[in-house]
Design a protein around this ligand. Structure first.
Ligand code: CP
Length: 316
């Protein structure tokens, strides 16, 4: 693959290939002193216009674990603060000949837009507004592979701010391709229009959605993207209606696992004892994020090598 824009562009085989490749990188990530030479001579630039702890750090570690040179740029310290456009910033960085540009931006479609102007650079979407977050979903699928083997036929109950969630949208796309079911739980104010077109079940009552869930996947309310503050009356009432507590987790069944992409708001969408319980796979998701980003970077750079062979390009 040349770029990774979203789950929408991947077929089932490509998703499974990246998840399996990520699986094969877990051990290398656990032994950072033994770097793999896979990306020696490659340059990765992480360009983040929105805040990030997990995604930015894991792309940096992933590149370094595979021997790449990695540069991090955050919008708050870049020339965009002096009025430079997104396109000028992209073209400027591409002129420095990175192999991969990893971009997080608040606007949907940022990578697709830049790809038309940066023909020699692979672009990775590290989250674009409420649109897609493909590496988070690959990370989750690796976590589910470790927990279940195959997600086919399983039920994931996703709860929270679906309207603003790129994670929700990417999971809904992946569920159709891989054959797992999604139950979506949210107040009407936090649901996107036409959610049913994704083929999911929609609930407003969290307790009604719990029985038979194989995983409960909690989402943060993205207050920074809310256009008004009336999505729910108060944090206390939101937690009562849509927060995951120990009683609710018991109602889901003994084998149900807990997931969250982070960052968590403890006491809002998830109670502390649940977040820290043995059923929580939240820190495994973080660990697998590094392995998956290693897989994505390796797949993109391998793809370039194949392309070079075909086109005779001099670029290494
Ligand atoms: N899950 C996720 O995207 O977290 P960050 O915002 O910390 O990268």
């Amino acid at each position: 693959i040349k770029h990774l824009f979203g789950i929408a562009d991947l077929d089932r085989e490509q998703i499974e290939y990246l998840v399996n490749l990520g699986d094969s990188f877990i051990e290398i990530n656990r032994r950072p002193l033994k770097k793999a030479p896979t990306l020696r001579g490659k340059t990765i630039i992480n360009l983040f216009f929105e805040n990030s702890t997990r995604t930015r750090t894991s792309f940096e570690l992933a590149g370094k674990r595979l021997s790449a040179d990695v540069i991090n740029i955050s919008a708050s310290t870049s020339a965009t603060k002096k009025g430079e456009t997104l396109l000028d910033t992209g073209q400027t960085l591409a002129a420095m000949q990175p192999h991969v540009l990893v971009i997080r931006h608040s606007l949907a479609g940022t990578c697709e837009f830049l790809a038309d102007y940066l023909p020699n650079t692979s672009l990775v979407n590290a989250g674009d507004g409420a649109h897609e977050h493909p590496t988070q979903i690959l990370t989750d699928l690796l976590t589910l592979k470790q927990a279940w083997g195959n997600p086919q036929g399983k039920v994931i109950t996703m709860v929270g701010d679906i309207a603003h969630s790129r994670v929700a949208r990417s999971h809904l796309l992946a569920a159709k391709k891989l054959g797992y079911s999604m139950r979506i739980v949210a107040p009407k104010t936090l649901l996107p229009s036409q959610i049913e077109r994704y083929g999911c079940e929609v609930y407003h009552d969290f307790d009604a959605a719990l029985p038979g869930s194989d995983a409960v996947y909690m989402l943060r309310v993205q207050t920074e993207r809310l256009t008004d503050n009336c999505a729910f009356p108060s944090i206390r009432e939101y937690h009562e209606a849509y927060g995951l507590n120990a009683k609710r987790l018991r109602a889901a069944g003994p084998d149900c696992i807990v997931m969250h992409p982070g960052p968590m708001n403890r006491g809002v969408e998830i109670a502390t004892d649940v977040a820290d319980s043995a059923k929580s796979h939240i820190l495994e998701q973080v660990e697998h994020g590094v392995a998956i980003r290693m897989a994505v970077l390796a797949a993109l750079c391998g793809g370039q090598a194949e392309e070079k062979k075909k086109t005779g390009s001099k670029r290494e």
